[in-house]
Design a protein around this ligand. Structure first.
Ligand code: ZN
Length: 216
């Protein structure tokens, strides 16, 4: 961003820590030292029965992290991606290693993207990819479904998500080791279904990385 652009942005959004929202001096990093110290190491694991091998996330999705993410997704703070991206890249490097043929991402539907003005997951993938030397490629399309929020149980969510995605161009994924990016991991049902269709389209393996993971 240019000098003038940065000054205008600081007028609209006074410089605050992206996580705790504390006002910062102009020279301080947007992730304040106190937050950087308590957030700790990235997290990872494997889920039994999922179609992906492993998952990793930069942070747990709780408290100030959750509030921060809401400002990013709904509150006009899309520039948070510049801070989130390197955190996500660090989680990928430390927990998964970078040995992928392709980076892709969970899509949002076109209507939602128009309303929100941006695709929060693609932007995260781009910023993490900048650090890792990977460019996110669109491989998945989303079918129109009833909203997930109306669905209650984990089993119901898993059933409802079945068939939510398709791969328009299987040649893009065939034989590839894929890094699949999502914004927040909750039950893992969405990324597991996306991994299933990527594998069905010929992908060799899928790992998942997200900015944050809900405690489960
Ligand atoms: Zn902070």
């Amino acid at each position: 961003m240019s000098g003038v652009g940065a000054i205008l942005r600081d007028l609209v959004f006074p410089r605050r820590c992206v996580i705790c929202h504390r006002l910062l001096e102009r020279t301080e990093p947007r992730l304040c030292p106190a937050c950087a110290a308590v957030l700790g190491d990235p997290v990872s694991g494997a889920r039994r029965g999922a179609y992906y091998r492993r998952w990793a996330a930069a942070l747990w999705y709780e408290g100030a992290v959750r509030e921060s993410f809401h400002r990013y997704k709904f509150g006009g703070c899309r520039f948070y991606a510049k801070t989130y991206g390197p955190l996500l890249a660090n989680a990928i490097e430390k927990q998964l290693g970078v040995r992928y043929d392709l980076m892709t991402f969970i899509p949002i539907n076109a209507l939602r993207r128009r309303r929100r003005g941006f695709d929060q997951t693609l932007l995260l993938a781009q910023e993490a990819g900048r650090v890792l030397g990977l460019t996110p490629v669109s491989t998945l399309k989303k079918r129109r479904r009833r909203p997930q929020s109306r669905v209650v149980s984990a089993e119901e969510r898993q059933r409802n998500i079945r068939g939510a995605f398709w791969v328009p161009n299987p040649a893009l994924v065939q034989g590839k080791r894929i890094l699949l990016i999502d914004d927040v991991l909750t039950t893992g049902a969405t990324v597991s279904e996306a991994s299933r269709v990527l594998l069905a389209a010929g992908a060799k393996a899928v790992d998942v990385a997200a900015f944050a993971a809900a405690v489960s």
